[in-house]
Design a protein around this ligand. Structure first.
Ligand SMILES: C[S@@+](CC[C@H](N)C(=O)[O-])C[C@H]1O[C@@H](n2cnc3c(N)ncnc32)[C@H](O)[C@@H]1O
Length: 203
């Protein structure tokens, strides 16, 4: 089969001038959890082509700020309250620290898929875990987190880790997620005080 027929969300993204349909996943997550609020500082991991960054920049408004990071360039120009860094977020700790601390960390990062479900799930788990590490290091107490993960054997480990860091956790599968996809979003609300040891951590 050739290219997948354009679906409802892809057509809507064109009409709303977003470069990717994935914006409607964030929109639903936001509708259900109210993560995106005026004045917030947001770290957007895996930002290209830029739909989430645009949505976030509008939502936080002129008093807020979005730091968007991706290996790939963005396909949109961001407003003045957002800044894009190109590279792996795992190599940009200094720049992230300089822009933080953050009220919200989001990750829509996905690995280049191999077609082997086990490999793809594990790589997604690694990206998710790295995003949680960044949220733990650069999210202020009370901050929130939302990250994409492919469901698989490591999913429960990811959820337990998040429970140790946030007062409340939720698993969301937005309607805009493609039927055949096994991705979900793990949301952490209310970052606990950093001096509280993570549940399950030694010592
Ligand atoms: C599904 S796309 C993100 C779509 C984006 N949220 C939007 O709405 O436009 C996933 C992105 O994760 C990025 N990514 C994967 N590993 C990364 C890493 N280590 N650092 C930064 N970005 C990464 C990929 O380059 C890809 O652009």
């Amino acid at each position: 089969m050739g290219r997948r027929r354009q679906d409802h969300y892809a057509r809507q993204a064109q009409r709303d001038r977003f470069p990717a349909r994935s914006v409607y996943k964030l929109e639903e997550i936001d509708r259900r959890t109210r993560l995106v609020r005026p004045g917030r500082r947001v770290l957007d991991l895996g930002a290209a082509p830029g739909s989430w960054s645009l949505y976030l920049a509008r939502g936080v408004g002129p008093g807020g700020f979005v730091l968007a990071i991706d290996l790939q360039p963005l396909r949109v120009e961001l407003p003045a309250n957002a800044h894009f860094l190109r590279g792996s977020c795992f190599d940009l700790g200094v720049e992230i620290a300089a822009a933080g601390p953050f009220d919200l960390v989001v990750s829509d990062m996905a690995p280049s898929t191999t077609g082997d479900r086990g490999t793809d799930q594990y790589r997604s788990f690694e990206l998710f875990s790295g995003a949680v590490d960044l949220a733990a290091a650069h999210g202020r107490p009370g901050s929130d987190f939302a990250g994409k993960i492919f469901q698989g054997p490591s999913f429960e480990e990811a959820r337990v880790r998040l429970r140790g860091l946030y007062a409340e956790t939720r698993v969301l599968r937005p309607k805009a997620t493609r039927t055949e996809s096994y991705e979900v979003f793990l949301v952490g609300l209310g970052r606990r005080l950093p001096d509280v040891p993570e549940a399950g951590a030694p010592g």
